[in-house]
Design a protein around this ligand. Structure first.
Ligand code: ADE
Length: 225
């Protein structure tokens, strides 16, 4: 998979990609991630990338030209499955979206900053708009980091134990069951007996029960879908 991220602030994305699973995925060549700065596509001698909004009002708007040029250049080099804009008014990110995107080959992610991007970019270049929740961040970069992480960990070969992503919360529409590791007893806190029994069928049954119980308690909305 190849991810091309258009951002004015690549440094905001460097650290999330420099550790743990995403770092390993990059090193193993399971994913390639590139940053593109719209500033390098500005024809303006001051490398201007934002301007006041028509009609008046506070806040700067990212200009159409640098972003359009950047997207067109990338699209002239290869085909992209989606051109995604990270924005609080997009579709809320869910595991099902990450699952779908993890099957794609080439994605462009556009991070807005300031008030956002000129609407014509959204109307003519963007194929999908994603939000990571009902709150407003200073820009799309942290949202892009979240989206990339949720996709990259699903790529075949990225997680050590291949089945590990399948047992995550949300993967089958419910929350994951509680997990424990050694020691079996710490002060007076014990690991549930069943998990020490070696009876895999019973353990599976217990985990399913706990998943449903937790989901009913914490996220009953998931069971309604
Ligand atoms: N940009 C600013 N806020 C955002 C959010 N909640 N999700 C995605 N992109 C954003």
């Amino acid at each position: 998979m190849r991810l091309d991220i258009i951002t004015l602030f690549p440094e905001l994305l460097e650290s999330p990609f420099s550790a743990s699973i995403v770092k390993r995925a990059i090193e193993s060549k399971l994913v390639e991630i590139y940053f593109h700065n719209p500033r390098n596509f500005s024809h303006n001698k001051f490398k201007q990338v934002d301007d006041y909004q028509y009609g008046g009002g506070p806040g700067m708007v990212m200009m159409i030209e640098p972003i359009a040029k950047c997207i067109k250049k990338l699209q002239s080099e290869r085909n992209y499955d989606e051109v995604i804009y990270l924005t609080p008014d997009g579709e809320t990110l869910k595991q099902s979206i990450a699952n779908k995107l993890s099957n794609k080959t080439n994605l462009i992610l556009l991070c807005g900053h300031y008030k956002g991007v000129d609407q014509r970019i959204r109307d003519h270049f963007i194929t999908q708009e994603i939000s990571i929740g009902d709150f407003v961040l200073s820009g799309g970069e942290l949202a892009a980091a979240v989206l990339c992480d949720s996709i990259v960990r699903l790529l075949p070969g990225v997680l050590g134990d291949e089945s590990s992503a399948l047992t995550d919360s949300f993967q089958d529409g419910v929350l994951a069951p509680p997990i424990y590791t050694r020691p079996a007893k710490y002060d007076d806190m014990n690991v549930p007996e069943i998990l020490l029994s070696g009876n895999t069928a019973k353990i599976e049954e217990w985990r399913e029960e706990k998943s449903i119980e937790l989901t009913k308690k914490l996220r009953p909305d998931l069971l309604q879908d």
